[in-house]
Ligand binder design. Structure first.
Ligand code: FES
Length: 114
């Protein structure tokens, strides 16, 4: 996967949305804010070449936390704060395929993939 701007950096996007006052399934209700905080700190600590973006909904609210590396990366689904060391190791190794395999988008949700 190529970076979008030639800088060698990718964007790691994570949804931190709470839907309808926490009454509907959402990434925020499933631990994404804690995951985002830990990932952002770990990326900075390790000096990894990823820009970190907090977004509000990528349409996969019921199976989040939802992450995606852009441009054009696979979805990374369902990771929790306790997974951060493993995720950072995979990011550091630039094993983005391994990351997608470890935290896959469920088959039944792939038809919604954009
Ligand atoms: S709330 Fe995260 S994808 Fe919708």
């Amino acid at each position: 996967m190529n970076d979008s701007d030639g800088t060698g950096r990718h964007k790691l996007n994570i949804c931190v949305n709470f839907r309808a006052g926490n009454m509907l399934p959402s990434c925020g209700a499933r631990g994404s804010r804690e995951l985002a905080d830990a990932l952002e700190a770990g990326i900075a600590e390790r000096g990894l070449p990823y820009d970190f973006n907090r977004l509000h909904c990528m349409g996969k609210c019921h199976i989040g936390p939802t992450m995606r590396i852009s441009p054009g990366g696979s979805f990374i689904m369902g990771a929790q704060e306790s997974d951060v060391p493993r995720i950072l190791d995979l990011l550091q190794a630039e094993d983005l395929d391994g990351l997608a395999i470890a935290y896959p988008l469920p088959e039944q949700d792939r038809n919604l993939d954009d």
